[in-house]
Design a protein around this ligand. Sequence first.
Ligand code: NAD
Ligand code: ZN
Length: 375
Amino acid sequence: QAIKCKAAVAWAAGEPLKIEEVEVASPQAMEVRIKIHYTALCHTDLYFWEAKGQTPLFPRILGHEAAGVVESVGEGVTDLKEGDTVLPVFTGECGECRHCKSEESNMCDLLRINTDRGVMISDGKSRFSINGKPIYHFVGTSTFSEYTVTHVGSLAKINPEAPLDKVCILSCGVSTGMGATLNVAKPKKGSSVAIFGLGGVGLAAAEGARIAGASRIIGIDLNSDRFEKAKLFGVTEFINPLDYKKPIQEVIAEKTDGGVDCSIECTGNVKAMIQAFESCHDGWGVAVLVGVPHSDAVFATSPVNFLNERTLKGTFFGNYKPRTDLPGLVELYMDKKLELEKFITHEVSFADINKAFDYMIKGESLRCVINVIGN
Ligand code: NAD
Ligand code: ZN
């Protein structure tokens, strides 16, 4: 049976979302319909809402960082049942493919991130409609809605005691940043780590560096307002590239006797990606790209930077396998070993969802949690 509920619909690029009554169809085979309790805004939502330089896909229901409860399940779903507490994830885990079976990868063949697809995989149709007119999905999650339908492999079942207004941010940003450091860059104890971009993702990467025992964590951001907050995440030094005339790679090399051991890029700006790579020390430096670049961006650097034994990597969702690894991250929070509160700078009602966009555009927020259940 279809459910009528409220959803925040993006009708066109850059236009404020509108709360509309939508119809959410029942879940088909291997699909699950969930009631969203809390969702948060990540820069990736903002990016696909602005849709600059992209083939725009509208009307669309954005949102991918969230927590909710299973309302009903489709045919063939045995792993989840009504009432289970779940985190939806933009890059799923089917459990069967080469990637899911590989220890290295979380790039599931079936459910990996696909920002161009606005429909369900099984039948190429949307489960959202207004007066019979389909509304597109976003990265298999579309969490800016009271109810949404996802593939079962895009949902991690978590501890039902977990406070959903906090753990919702593990569904993307915090896990992505922490994993980029801990699972991909893997800094050794005592090493130096540069973090480019001190938003929610970058500060989670800094948190990862702190946990790994890095001795210097250098934060780089164009917005100096980020620096005060970043101290709470173990960032020890700050660089605003706007304060220097010379390339930031040179500034970092001078400060670190040739370059940092690791750098993590969390901006989405291709210039910062190149800077992050070229800021690494030769011989052993590792750079990890996390930001989502513009579709026409080109990474240009001298091949000699590679010959000189620097490594460049990239990651989605911090290389975590969502269904396998997210429940453990939730437990880290429950055991008070991971602090999520400090990432949550704002909270708004569902009706005020556009405020979350404003806070992020102005660079005021790390994470703004949107209360969907309280309306
Ligand atoms: P955010 O907007 O909160 O933070 C980005 C920060 O980068 C801001 O503080 C901004 O001032 C800074 N910045 C921008 N350009 C810069 C530059 N040239 N040099 C230095 N600093 C610069 O965004 P967020 O939610 O933290 O997301 C960060 C990036 O990570 C986005 O590109 C987002 O799309 C991406 N992302 C990727 C994944 C993944 O799995 N790979 C997951 C989530 C988010
Ligand atoms: Zn995200």
